[in-house]
Design a protein. Structure first.
Length: 410
């Protein structure tokens, strides 16, 4: 198992900025609004021969009447308990606060290694202010400015002092399944049911998952990555800058996944927004499974409402009651295989002869992509309708359930 390095600290102290600096990209949403990172967000990091899992957390809070903030605190404590090393981030500009003292007291109760990270030391004038933080009593500390990148390389060197070298033994990329859908259709409830732990905050209010959350799992001996994404709203209905960032991040998750599992509400009819999401996934060339959730509330969804995508498999489940919980995963593995399906020369030759084409070549997979040479005088074959006809023939002959097919006329 990879060592787990967890970043903790009060709200708006720069945890996500530091996380992104170490990982090398804008992964956790950064915004001046306190409490923006609500869930744990984890990424594998490789520094030379040292591999570890870096975990970003929401801001640690004392008991707060705000329900979601209390749940964030619970998430942070779960992350800390599973950690090899804790990066306790404090703010040089604000000095020691009551919340810093509460976190310190909590960490002292645990038998965990802690590295104090004094952030926002953006000029030499702040050096004297750093001495104040030694009162917290941690043996090891480092001064950085995450937003400028100052001191971050020194921090990563210190991290490697706490973990063993772990050469990668398997460079095979794990299949990635993205859980997508509108707000409040049960995506986080589904992941929690699979994991049987409170890995993603679940709240009755739509939009409580604001970042994409990656979870590495194993099912029937096969490892894969499951990504829980924020709810996808219409782009004209964003209530805040954070929601916009979340939607952009979800699009990025769809782009990097192998198969998207679209959660819809089985107790309601499919919406125009659901259909827009389906089109987005297919335009990106990704595999797709529809998971009709909340069957415990009844089934109003009807498959005939998406006849234009008959090749998309549909599963029915209830994440709340854990009924048919694994059906979306089973189907996603099948779809992933279809996305990577490479036809043999014999199959292509037989298909060419059957449809009286000049030549059919498969030029790519994920999604399956074909170049078809036609009789030059038959101009009608180049139009959309005929390409769809050829796609239907491909599916009739070879299946390709759940994956889009791209066809180019040459």
């Amino acid at each position: 198992m990879l060592p787990i390095i967890t970043i903790v600290g009060k709200e708006n102290v720069g945890k996500s900025t530091l996380f992104n600096r170490i990982v090398g990209g804008r992964i956790a949403i950064m915004d001046s609004t306190p409490g923006t990172t609500r869930d744990r967000n984890a990424r594998k990091v490789e520094i030379d021969d040292f591999h570890f899992l870096l975990v970003d957390t929401g801001g640690y809070l004392p008991n707060d009447p705000n329900t979601i903030k209390n749940k964030v605190k619970e998430q942070v404590e779960l992350a800390i308990n599973s950690s090899t090393l804790i990066l306790f981030v404090v703010d040089a500009k604000t000095g020691i606060t009551s919340i810093d003292l509460e976190i310190t007291a909590y960490l002292r109760k645990l038998n965990k290694k802690v590295l104090l990270v004094i952030n926002k030391v953006d000029n030499n004038k702040r050096i004297p202010e750093v001495a104040e933080f030694h009162k917290l009593g941690f043996k090891s500390s480092i001064e950085i400015c995450a937003i400028q990148g100052t001191g971050v390389s020194g921090l990563t060197e210190k991290i490697t002092e706490y973990i063993d070298k772990t050469p990668s033994s398997d460079n095979t990329r794990l299949p990635t399944f993205a859980i997508i859908g509108k707000p409040n259709v049960g995506k986080s409830t589904y992941i929690n049911a699979l994991l049987d732990e409170k890995r993603v905050i679940v709240d009755e209010h739509p939009g409580t998952t604001v970042d994409t959350i990656d979870v590495t799992m194993k099912y029937e001996g096969k490892e894969f990555i499951l990504v829980d994404t924020p709810g996808l709203r219409r782009r004209t209905k964003f209530d805040s800058q954070i929601e916009y960032y979340s939607s952009v991040r979800t699009d990025a998750s769809i782009l990097k996944c192998d198969v998207a599992i679209l959660f819809i509400d089985a107790s309601d009819q499919i919406s125009h927004q659901d259909k827009r999401i389906i089109n987005t996934v297919l335009e990106y060339g990704k595999g797709l499974v529809i998971a009709a959730n909340k069957t415990d509330l009844g089934v109003e969804f009807r498959e005939h409402t998406i006849e234009y995508t008959k090749f998309i498999p549909i599963t029915y489940l209830s994440a709340l009651t854990k009924t048919a919980l694994y059906e979306p995963l089973k189907t996603a593995f099948t779809v992933a295989e279809n996305c990577r399906l490479k036809l043999t020369r014999k199959q292509l030759r037989a298909f060419t002869l059957a449809l009286k084409l000049i030549k059919v070549s498969q030029v790519d997979i994920s999604p399956p992509t074909f170049a078809i040479r036609i009789i030059s005088k038959n101009k009608k074959l180049t139009n959309y309708k005929t390409r769809k006809t050829l796609e239907i023939q491909f599916r009739k002959e070879f299946g390709f359930i759940g994956t889009p097919i791209k066809i180019t006329i040459i």
